[in-house]
Design a protein around this ligand. Structure first.
Ligand code: HEM
Length: 136
């Protein structure tokens, strides 16, 4: 019989998942909107991306903060090597998604901007799936 999560788990995981919806979901929404924005004004994608960055980076830091909280909250009960391997892989995906997103914002050619956006989005989805696996 499934029991309800405690209030602190609801807050911790709720904030973690909310931040993931902005960081991961936001990247895909932006990718979907850019072609339409470009038809309005060649500068519109850059202006929208700058606004998105004001939401996405705070969401990334919230993921880190609630992630550390989650690690502290659950790692004690979970000593399986599979869990630890999944956690290590997830940390790699998190770093890749953050570095990819940063290099995307610093890219000087459309090609490198596209490549780093792809790296960030795929690594973010990897972190999300590994997160669900960790939650068990
Ligand atoms: C791109 C960044 C990240 C994304 C997209 C992400 C996403 C997720 C998702 C979707 C879950 C599953 C929640 C659930 O099923 O209820 C989760 C769980 C978890 N995440 Fe993250 N996460 C990220 C970063 C981090 C970081 C940086 C850490 C640790 C420092 C972390 C530690 C955890 C832990 C320990 C769990 C399991 C929580 C539990 O079992 O209660 N996450 N994550």
């Amino acid at each position: 019989m499934n029991s309800l999560a405690s209030a602190s788990s609801v807050l911790r995981l709720g904030l973690h998942v909310l931040a993931a919806t902005v960081w991961v979901g936001g990247q895909f929404v932006m990718a979907g909107l850019v072609p339409a924005l470009r038809t309005l004004d060649p500068n519109a994608p850059r202006v929208a991306a700058q606004r998105f960055a004001r939401l996405s980076w705070p969401a990334f830091w919230l993921l880190i903060a609630t992630g550390v909280w989650s690690y502290a909250a659950v790692h004690g009960n979970t000593t399986s090597s599979a869990w630890n391997t999944a956690f290590a892989l997830k940390m790699g995906a998190v770093v890749l998604s953050g570095v990819g997103a940063f290099l995307h914002t610093r890219a000087t050619t459309p090609k490198s901007r596209g490549i780093w956006a792809g790296v960030s989005a795929l690594a973010s989805v990897g972190a999300l799936l590994l997160g669900v696996a960790l939650a068990g």
